[in-house]
Design a binder for this molecule. Structure first.
Ligand code: NAD
Ligand code: ZN
Length: 343
Protein backbone atom coordinates (compact mmCIF):
# COMPACT_ATOMS: atom_id res chain seq x y z
CA UNK A 1 0.00 0.00 0.00
CA UNK A 2 0.97 3.66 -0.35
CA UNK A 3 1.86 5.48 2.88
CA UNK A 4 3.47 8.78 3.84
CA UNK A 5 6.47 7.99 5.98
CA UNK A 6 8.97 9.94 7.99
CA UNK A 7 11.64 7.79 6.43
CA UNK A 8 14.61 10.13 6.93
CA UNK A 9 15.72 12.14 9.97
CA UNK A 10 15.48 15.49 8.18
CA UNK A 11 12.87 18.03 7.00
CA UNK A 12 10.16 16.49 4.80
CA UNK A 13 7.87 13.49 4.41
CA UNK A 14 8.00 10.84 1.69
CA UNK A 15 5.55 8.58 -0.17
CA UNK A 16 6.57 4.95 0.34
CA UNK A 17 5.33 1.41 -0.32
CA UNK A 18 4.45 -0.51 2.84
CA UNK A 19 2.88 -3.90 3.54
CA UNK A 20 -0.83 -3.75 4.38
CA UNK A 21 -0.99 -4.20 8.21
CA UNK A 22 -2.64 -7.33 9.64
CA UNK A 23 -5.25 -6.82 12.38
CA UNK A 24 -4.72 -8.71 15.65
CA UNK A 25 -7.65 -10.48 17.36
CA UNK A 26 -9.00 -7.25 18.91
CA UNK A 27 -8.17 -4.89 16.03
CA UNK A 28 -9.91 -3.28 13.06
CA UNK A 29 -8.33 -2.90 9.63
CA UNK A 30 -9.55 0.44 8.31
CA UNK A 31 -9.38 1.55 4.67
CA UNK A 32 -8.58 5.25 5.06
CA UNK A 33 -10.70 7.64 2.99
CA UNK A 34 -9.55 10.98 4.34
CA UNK A 35 -6.79 12.04 6.69
CA UNK A 36 -6.20 15.63 7.76
CA UNK A 37 -2.90 17.25 8.64
CA UNK A 38 -2.38 18.15 12.29
CA UNK A 39 0.00 20.75 13.71
CA UNK A 40 1.84 17.75 15.19
CA UNK A 41 2.40 16.41 11.66
CA UNK A 42 3.91 19.78 10.77
CA UNK A 43 6.31 19.47 13.73
CA UNK A 44 7.25 16.02 12.44
CA UNK A 45 7.60 17.35 8.89
CA UNK A 46 9.87 20.18 10.14
CA UNK A 47 11.84 17.69 12.27
CA UNK A 48 12.00 20.09 15.22
CA UNK A 49 13.53 19.29 18.61
CA UNK A 50 10.36 17.56 19.90
CA UNK A 51 9.95 15.45 16.74
CA UNK A 52 13.55 14.32 16.55
CA UNK A 53 13.41 13.20 20.19
CA UNK A 54 10.01 11.50 19.87
CA UNK A 55 9.52 9.93 16.44
CA UNK A 56 11.38 6.73 15.56
CA UNK A 57 12.49 6.72 11.90
CA UNK A 58 10.99 5.27 9.74
CA UNK A 59 7.41 5.89 10.88
CA UNK A 60 4.14 6.22 8.96
CA UNK A 61 2.57 9.31 10.55
CA UNK A 62 -0.91 10.92 10.63
CA UNK A 63 -3.67 10.47 13.20
CA UNK A 64 -6.70 12.51 12.06
CA UNK A 65 -8.79 10.39 9.72
CA UNK A 66 -11.96 8.61 8.77
CA UNK A 67 -12.36 5.45 6.78
CA UNK A 68 -14.28 2.24 6.34
CA UNK A 69 -13.88 -1.05 8.22
CA UNK A 70 -12.30 -3.50 5.78
CA UNK A 71 -11.57 -6.43 8.10
CA UNK A 72 -11.43 -7.25 11.81
CA UNK A 73 -9.94 -9.65 14.34
CA UNK A 74 -11.82 -12.70 15.61
CA UNK A 75 -12.58 -11.17 19.04
CA UNK A 76 -14.07 -7.90 17.78
CA UNK A 77 -17.74 -7.25 18.60
CA UNK A 78 -19.97 -4.32 17.69
CA UNK A 79 -18.46 -3.46 14.29
CA UNK A 80 -19.24 -4.69 10.79
CA UNK A 81 -17.28 -4.59 7.55
CA UNK A 82 -18.30 -1.40 5.76
CA UNK A 83 -18.88 0.71 8.92
CA UNK A 84 -17.68 4.31 8.59
CA UNK A 85 -15.36 5.06 11.49
CA UNK A 86 -12.96 7.58 12.91
CA UNK A 87 -10.68 6.70 15.78
CA UNK A 88 -9.27 7.87 19.06
CA UNK A 89 -5.54 8.33 18.45
CA UNK A 90 -4.49 7.71 22.04
CA UNK A 91 -4.00 4.01 22.65
CA UNK A 92 -4.30 3.45 26.39
CA UNK A 93 -2.97 0.55 28.47
CA UNK A 94 -6.22 -0.61 30.07
CA UNK A 95 -4.52 -1.73 33.29
CA UNK A 96 -3.36 1.44 35.10
CA UNK A 97 -5.56 2.88 37.84
CA UNK A 98 -7.03 5.65 35.67
CA UNK A 99 -7.83 3.25 32.84
CA UNK A 100 -9.48 0.85 35.24
CA UNK A 101 -11.52 3.73 36.68
CA UNK A 102 -12.76 4.73 33.20
CA UNK A 103 -10.52 7.80 32.99
CA UNK A 104 -8.70 6.62 29.91
CA UNK A 105 -7.61 10.13 28.88
CA UNK A 106 -5.43 10.16 32.01
CA UNK A 107 -3.64 6.87 31.24
CA UNK A 108 0.07 7.09 32.16
CA UNK A 109 1.04 4.69 29.37
CA UNK A 110 -0.61 6.33 26.36
CA UNK A 111 0.80 5.59 22.89
CA UNK A 112 -0.03 7.81 19.91
CA UNK A 113 -1.20 6.63 16.49
CA UNK A 114 1.16 8.15 13.93
CA UNK A 115 3.62 9.06 16.69
CA UNK A 116 4.61 5.83 18.49
CA UNK A 117 2.91 3.38 16.09
CA UNK A 118 1.96 3.48 12.39
CA UNK A 119 -0.56 6.19 11.49
CA UNK A 120 -3.28 7.22 9.08
CA UNK A 121 -1.37 8.76 6.15
CA UNK A 122 -1.78 5.38 4.52
CA UNK A 123 -4.25 3.39 2.49
CA UNK A 124 -4.84 1.08 5.47
CA UNK A 125 -4.58 1.50 9.23
CA UNK A 126 -4.87 -0.96 12.13
CA UNK A 127 -6.15 0.21 15.53
CA UNK A 128 -7.72 -1.58 18.51
CA UNK A 129 -11.48 -1.81 17.92
CA UNK A 130 -11.86 -0.18 21.35
CA UNK A 131 -10.47 3.03 19.85
CA UNK A 132 -12.81 3.19 16.86
CA UNK A 133 -15.87 5.44 16.81
CA UNK A 134 -18.75 4.73 14.44
CA UNK A 135 -19.75 7.79 12.47
CA UNK A 136 -23.51 8.46 12.35
CA UNK A 137 -24.89 8.42 8.78
CA UNK A 138 -25.81 12.12 8.80
CA UNK A 139 -22.23 13.28 9.52
CA UNK A 140 -20.25 13.74 6.28
CA UNK A 141 -16.83 12.19 5.65
CA UNK A 142 -14.99 15.54 5.75
CA UNK A 143 -16.33 16.40 9.18
CA UNK A 144 -15.60 12.89 10.49
CA UNK A 145 -12.01 13.24 9.27
CA UNK A 146 -11.40 16.14 11.69
CA UNK A 147 -13.04 14.57 14.76
CA UNK A 148 -9.64 14.18 16.46
CA UNK A 149 -8.83 17.93 16.62
CA UNK A 150 -12.52 18.80 17.01
CA UNK A 151 -12.36 16.56 20.07
CA UNK A 152 -9.53 18.65 21.51
CA UNK A 153 -11.72 21.73 21.04
CA UNK A 154 -14.79 20.08 22.56
CA UNK A 155 -12.91 18.58 25.52
CA UNK A 156 -11.35 21.96 26.31
CA UNK A 157 -14.42 24.10 25.69
CA UNK A 158 -16.79 21.90 27.70
CA UNK A 159 -14.42 21.67 30.70
CA UNK A 160 -16.33 24.51 32.32
CA UNK A 161 -19.90 25.82 32.12
CA UNK A 162 -20.06 28.33 29.25
CA UNK A 163 -23.75 29.25 29.25
CA UNK A 164 -24.11 33.02 29.58
CA UNK A 165 -20.38 33.43 30.23
CA UNK A 166 -17.81 35.72 28.64
CA UNK A 167 -15.22 33.44 27.06
CA UNK A 168 -11.70 34.31 25.93
CA UNK A 169 -9.93 31.99 23.48
CA UNK A 170 -6.26 32.74 22.84
CA UNK A 171 -5.05 31.30 19.50
CA UNK A 172 -7.23 31.10 16.38
CA UNK A 173 -5.63 27.96 15.00
CA UNK A 174 -8.08 25.32 13.77
CA UNK A 175 -8.67 24.10 17.32
CA UNK A 176 -9.23 27.58 18.78
CA UNK A 177 -11.66 28.41 15.97
CA UNK A 178 -13.62 25.19 16.50
CA UNK A 179 -13.71 25.95 20.25
CA UNK A 180 -15.19 29.37 19.44
CA UNK A 181 -17.88 27.68 17.35
CA UNK A 182 -18.65 25.27 20.21
CA UNK A 183 -18.79 28.07 22.81
CA UNK A 184 -21.24 30.02 20.67
CA UNK A 185 -23.33 26.94 19.92
CA UNK A 186 -23.78 26.04 23.60
CA UNK A 187 -24.79 29.54 24.67
CA UNK A 188 -21.79 31.59 25.77
CA UNK A 189 -22.42 35.36 25.91
CA UNK A 190 -19.30 36.93 24.39
CA UNK A 191 -16.80 34.67 22.60
CA UNK A 192 -13.63 36.68 22.07
CA UNK A 193 -10.75 35.08 20.19
CA UNK A 194 -7.22 36.44 19.74
CA UNK A 195 -4.44 35.77 17.25
CA UNK A 196 -1.84 37.66 15.22
CA UNK A 197 -2.96 36.07 11.91
CA UNK A 198 -5.75 37.94 10.06
CA UNK A 199 -6.62 35.01 7.77
CA UNK A 200 -7.42 32.88 10.81
CA UNK A 201 -9.22 35.67 12.67
CA UNK A 202 -11.51 36.06 9.63
CA UNK A 203 -12.26 32.34 9.74
CA UNK A 204 -13.05 32.61 13.47
CA UNK A 205 -15.52 35.44 12.76
CA UNK A 206 -17.24 33.28 10.15
CA UNK A 207 -17.56 30.46 12.65
CA UNK A 208 -19.20 32.38 15.46
CA UNK A 209 -16.66 34.42 17.42
CA UNK A 210 -18.35 37.58 18.74
CA UNK A 211 -15.12 39.52 18.31
CA UNK A 212 -11.81 38.43 16.77
CA UNK A 213 -8.92 40.56 18.05
CA UNK A 214 -5.55 40.90 16.37
CA UNK A 215 -3.39 41.45 19.45
CA UNK A 216 -0.51 42.72 17.30
CA UNK A 217 -2.65 45.80 16.50
CA UNK A 218 -5.39 46.05 19.13
CA UNK A 219 -5.52 46.04 22.92
CA UNK A 220 -7.70 43.14 24.06
CA UNK A 221 -9.03 44.70 27.25
CA UNK A 222 -9.82 48.04 25.58
CA UNK A 223 -11.86 46.18 22.94
CA UNK A 224 -13.66 44.14 25.61
CA UNK A 225 -14.59 47.28 27.55
CA UNK A 226 -15.46 49.69 24.77
CA UNK A 227 -17.10 47.37 22.24
CA UNK A 228 -18.50 44.57 24.37
CA UNK A 229 -19.34 46.54 27.49
CA UNK A 230 -17.38 44.18 29.72
CA UNK A 231 -16.36 45.66 33.07
CA UNK A 232 -15.08 42.80 35.20
CA UNK A 233 -13.13 40.31 33.08
CA UNK A 234 -13.56 36.99 31.31
CA UNK A 235 -15.29 34.14 33.12
CA UNK A 236 -13.72 31.28 31.15
CA UNK A 237 -10.39 31.19 29.30
CA UNK A 238 -9.40 28.57 26.70
CA UNK A 239 -5.67 28.77 25.95
CA UNK A 240 -5.11 27.37 22.46
CA UNK A 241 -1.97 29.10 21.20
CA UNK A 242 0.86 27.64 23.27
CA UNK A 243 2.19 31.21 23.34
CA UNK A 244 3.39 32.55 26.70
CA UNK A 245 2.39 36.16 25.96
CA UNK A 246 -1.15 34.99 25.11
CA UNK A 247 -1.40 33.02 28.37
CA UNK A 248 -0.20 36.03 30.36
CA UNK A 249 -2.74 38.25 28.63
CA UNK A 250 -5.44 35.74 29.55
CA UNK A 251 -4.44 35.71 33.22
CA UNK A 252 -4.49 39.52 33.31
CA UNK A 253 -7.97 39.79 31.75
CA UNK A 254 -9.73 37.03 33.73
CA UNK A 255 -12.34 37.98 36.29
CA UNK A 256 -11.88 36.85 39.90
CA UNK A 257 -12.89 33.21 40.17
CA UNK A 258 -12.26 32.72 36.45
CA UNK A 259 -11.59 29.27 35.07
CA UNK A 260 -8.89 28.47 32.51
CA UNK A 261 -8.47 25.32 30.42
CA UNK A 262 -4.97 24.96 28.94
CA UNK A 263 -4.62 23.02 25.69
CA UNK A 264 -1.84 24.93 23.88
CA UNK A 265 1.59 23.37 24.25
CA UNK A 266 4.38 25.91 24.84
CA UNK A 267 7.69 25.19 23.11
CA UNK A 268 9.65 26.44 26.14
CA UNK A 269 9.02 27.32 29.77
CA UNK A 270 6.45 30.09 30.34
CA UNK A 271 6.49 32.31 33.41
CA UNK A 272 3.32 33.92 34.76
CA UNK A 273 2.43 36.23 37.63
CA UNK A 274 1.31 33.69 40.25
CA UNK A 275 -0.05 36.53 42.38
CA UNK A 276 -2.86 36.92 39.83
CA UNK A 277 -3.68 33.22 40.06
CA UNK A 278 -3.75 33.37 43.85
CA UNK A 279 -5.46 36.69 44.52
CA UNK A 280 -8.01 36.22 41.73
CA UNK A 281 -8.69 32.65 42.85
CA UNK A 282 -8.23 31.33 39.31
CA UNK A 283 -8.75 27.67 38.50
CA UNK A 284 -6.38 26.28 35.85
CA UNK A 285 -6.91 22.86 34.27
CA UNK A 286 -4.57 21.12 31.82
CA UNK A 287 -6.22 19.30 28.91
CA UNK A 288 -4.79 16.34 27.03
CA UNK A 289 -6.54 14.62 24.16
CA UNK A 290 -10.20 13.76 24.34
CA UNK A 291 -12.26 12.01 27.04
CA UNK A 292 -12.86 8.41 26.01
CA UNK A 293 -15.47 8.38 24.84
CA UNK A 294 -17.70 11.08 26.28
CA UNK A 295 -16.04 13.73 24.11
CA UNK A 296 -16.76 11.63 20.99
CA UNK A 297 -20.48 11.32 21.76
CA UNK A 298 -20.66 15.04 22.48
CA UNK A 299 -18.91 15.82 19.17
CA UNK A 300 -21.45 13.79 17.22
CA UNK A 301 -24.33 15.46 19.09
CA UNK A 302 -22.96 18.96 18.52
CA UNK A 303 -22.72 18.35 14.76
CA UNK A 304 -26.14 16.70 14.66
CA UNK A 305 -27.67 19.65 16.52
CA UNK A 306 -26.49 22.07 13.84
CA UNK A 307 -22.89 23.04 14.61
CA UNK A 308 -21.37 23.59 11.15
CA UNK A 309 -17.68 22.74 11.01
CA UNK A 310 -17.30 22.85 7.24
CA UNK A 311 -15.84 26.41 7.02
CA UNK A 312 -12.76 25.28 8.98
CA UNK A 313 -11.89 22.83 6.18
CA UNK A 314 -10.16 25.18 3.75
CA UNK A 315 -8.08 22.83 1.56
CA UNK A 316 -8.47 19.37 0.00
CA UNK A 317 -5.78 17.52 -1.94
CA UNK A 318 -5.55 14.14 -3.55
CA UNK A 319 -2.82 12.11 -1.90
CA UNK A 320 -0.49 12.50 -4.88
CA UNK A 321 -0.42 16.22 -4.05
CA UNK A 322 0.43 15.73 -0.38
CA UNK A 323 3.30 18.20 -0.62
CA UNK A 324 0.87 20.98 -1.53
CA UNK A 325 -1.13 20.03 1.55
CA UNK A 326 1.90 20.40 3.82
CA UNK A 327 2.81 23.66 2.08
CA UNK A 328 -0.69 25.01 2.79
CA UNK A 329 -0.27 24.11 6.47
CA UNK A 330 3.19 25.67 6.59
CA UNK A 331 1.90 28.92 5.04
CA UNK A 332 -0.37 29.75 8.01
CA UNK A 333 -3.05 30.67 5.45
CA UNK A 334 -5.18 27.62 6.12
CA UNK A 335 -7.68 26.02 8.43
CA UNK A 336 -7.80 22.23 8.25
CA UNK A 337 -6.16 20.57 5.23
CA UNK A 338 -7.59 17.18 4.17
CA UNK A 339 -5.77 14.57 2.10
CA UNK A 340 -8.09 12.27 0.12
CA UNK A 341 -6.75 8.72 -0.05
CA UNK A 342 -9.48 7.40 -2.34
CA UNK A 343 -9.41 9.12 -5.73
P1 NAD B 1 -1.92 26.25 15.64
O1 NAD B 1 -0.45 26.33 15.82
O2 NAD B 1 -2.49 26.08 14.28
O3 NAD B 1 -2.60 27.55 16.29
C1 NAD B 1 -2.02 28.36 17.25
C2 NAD B 1 -2.37 29.79 16.92
O4 NAD B 1 -1.89 30.64 17.96
C3 NAD B 1 -1.76 30.28 15.60
O5 NAD B 1 -2.79 30.69 14.70
C4 NAD B 1 -0.88 31.44 16.04
O6 NAD B 1 -0.83 32.49 15.10
C5 NAD B 1 -1.57 31.86 17.35
N1 NAD B 1 -0.77 32.75 18.19
C6 NAD B 1 0.57 32.93 18.21
N2 NAD B 1 0.91 33.92 19.07
C7 NAD B 1 -0.26 34.36 19.62
C8 NAD B 1 -0.57 35.37 20.60
N3 NAD B 1 0.39 36.11 21.19
N4 NAD B 1 -1.87 35.56 20.92
C9 NAD B 1 -2.84 34.83 20.34
N5 NAD B 1 -2.60 33.85 19.41
C10 NAD B 1 -1.33 33.63 19.06
O7 NAD B 1 -2.41 25.09 16.59
P2 NAD B 1 -3.75 24.17 16.64
O8 NAD B 1 -3.57 22.99 15.76
O9 NAD B 1 -4.98 25.00 16.51
O10 NAD B 1 -3.58 23.68 18.15
C11 NAD B 1 -3.67 24.63 19.21
C12 NAD B 1 -2.66 24.34 20.30
O11 NAD B 1 -3.04 23.16 21.00
C13 NAD B 1 -1.22 24.09 19.83
O12 NAD B 1 -0.34 24.65 20.81
C14 NAD B 1 -1.11 22.59 19.84
O13 NAD B 1 0.24 22.16 20.02
C15 NAD B 1 -1.94 22.25 21.03
N6 NAD B 1 -2.54 20.91 21.06
C16 NAD B 1 -2.64 20.32 22.28
C17 NAD B 1 -3.25 19.09 22.41
C18 NAD B 1 -3.41 18.48 23.76
O14 NAD B 1 -3.85 17.34 23.84
N7 NAD B 1 -3.08 19.22 24.83
C19 NAD B 1 -3.77 18.45 21.27
C20 NAD B 1 -3.68 19.09 20.03
C21 NAD B 1 -3.07 20.33 19.93
ZN1 ZN C 1 -3.67 3.17 31.33
Amino acid sequence: MKALSKSQAQVGIWMTDQPVPTPGPNDLLIRVRKSSICGTDVHIYNWDAWASQTIPVPMVVGHEYMGVVEDMGSEVRGFSVGDRVSGEGHITCGHCRNCRAGRRHLCRNTLGVGVNRPGSFAEYLVIPAFNAFKIPDDIPDDVAAIFDPFGNAVHTALSFDLVGEDVLITGAGPIGIMAAAVARHVGARNVVITDVNDYRLDLARNMGATRAVNVAREDLWTVAQTELGMTEGFDVGLEMSGNGAAFNQMIKTMNHGGKIALLGIPSAGVSIDWNDVIFKGLIIKGIYGREMFETWYKMAALVQSGLDLTPIITHHYGIRDFQQGFDAMLSGQSGKVILNWEQ
